[in-house]
Design a protein. Sequence first.
Length: 294
Amino acid sequence: MTSAEGLSLLQHRGQDAAGIVTCGSGGRFYQVKANGMVRDVFDETSVGGLKGWMGIGHVRYPTAGSSAHAEAQPFYVNSPYGIVFAHNGNLINTPSLRQFLDADAHRHINTDSDSELLLNILANNLQKTGKFRINEEDIFTAIGDLMKTCNGAYACVAMLAGFGLIVFRDPNGIRPVGFAKRPGGRGGTDFLVASESVVTHSLGFSMWEDVKAGEAIIITRAKISRRQVATPRKFAPDMFEFVYFARPDSTLDGISVYRSRMAMGDLLAETAKKELEKAGLKVDVVIPVPDTSR
């Protein structure tokens, strides 16, 4: 139930659709996804069918494309190697990417989602290796090439059938993503990747680390490998994360969301006080915006 529980803790990030894909023995994928809230999409029966030792989950907040069931993530392509992919963010050069994938890479795009574009750019970069089996160097190179091609905000997690998990973040670090770990079975280690740290404590994970801007991480059963695959640009985390998206008990890039909101309130109060004094206005009472209006 860990993946579904994790999505429940991140339900505030998207209520349009939810999905989980897991990878079992022989590299076979098992999938459950649909429009709706996490509690509506998953039950004991559906979760029980999600077999395997690794998985990816996603809650959708539509920013590009539509709310159609076909755009519920994670997405999947069978070639090359079998890839499952989930993405938080949005791209700003989708027309040129779509043209490239159609005319040059000859890859069919079936939705209006920019997440599907990212997946197919990654798949095309991996396919160019021409290898029957890829290695970590191939994956790091493919992600580095993707970061040269795709412009915008993206925090991504991918799963290669039977190989492992891949995590990467755009060179500006616009969208948040991090990982944590806990002791696993047979002396191993379990890893968790999420948009926010709030997931970790509830599921028994610790040692949360933010993925760096322009960094890629590969997690397999044997080890975790990290590499800076793109030169970080101006660090530009989305302020909307701190103002609206993130839960107040999360920490993003080392900053407490709750404390950042309190600090923004202090600054707003000081600014408002000065402006009111300039205008010669006397304030009798200050009230918050009602919850129904937020």
